[in-house]
Write a protein that binds this ligand. Structure first.
Ligand code: DQA
Length: 145
């Protein structure tokens, strides 16, 4: 089976109460439950990791115990050369997901260290964006024994 790591960056643990007019009212646990259900339907194995710490996210990537990642790097998207280097250094494709559309927001969110090295980006679709990424991954990699 294709193993998918869903990597969640800083402050995403606050989803549900964090700026709900931008990010919606679902908690991260609820979003992950939806992802797990869709992954099971698609025949994908899925694992989740959230951290508010850049190094912890990088260490999780270095474990390389997955085939492909879905990455919502949150604010680190706009600041982190180190996270970009980890993602390009592990030889695993990744899908960039954002609940909101950073390109339509503050100018500082238009700086993006991940976009050009992502296999694809899904933005502005709320939690559905993770499902879109999963479906694209299932199409690209299919089920593996
Ligand atoms: C976000 C967008 C980022 O600009 C922001 O820093 C986040 C969340 C999103 O999912 O819309 O923390 O990644």
């Amino acid at each position: 089976m294709t193993r998918v790591l869903v990597l969640e960056g800083p402050n995403l643990n606050l989803l549900g109460t964090r700026e709900p007019h931008i990010y919606g009212t679902e908690t991260l646990d609820q979003i992950h439950a939806g992802i797990a259900a869709r992954a099971a339907e698609l025949g994908l194995e899925v694992d989740f990791f959230q951290s508010n710490h850049e190094g912890a996210l990088i260490d999780r990537l270095h474990a390389r115990d997955f085939d492909v990642a879905i990455v919502n790097a949150a604010g680190l998207t706009h600041t982190s050369v180190s996270l970009r280097d980890a993602l390009t250094g592990i030889d695993r494709p990744f899908w960039e997901v954002h609940l909101s559309d950073p390109w339509q927001r503050d100018d500082f969110r238009k700086v993006n260290f991940l976009h050009d090295v992502a296999a694809a980006s899904v933005v502005g679709q709320g939690a559905r964006g993770y499902h879109v990424a999963l479906e694209q991954i299932a199409e690209r990699f299919g089920r593996r024994a």
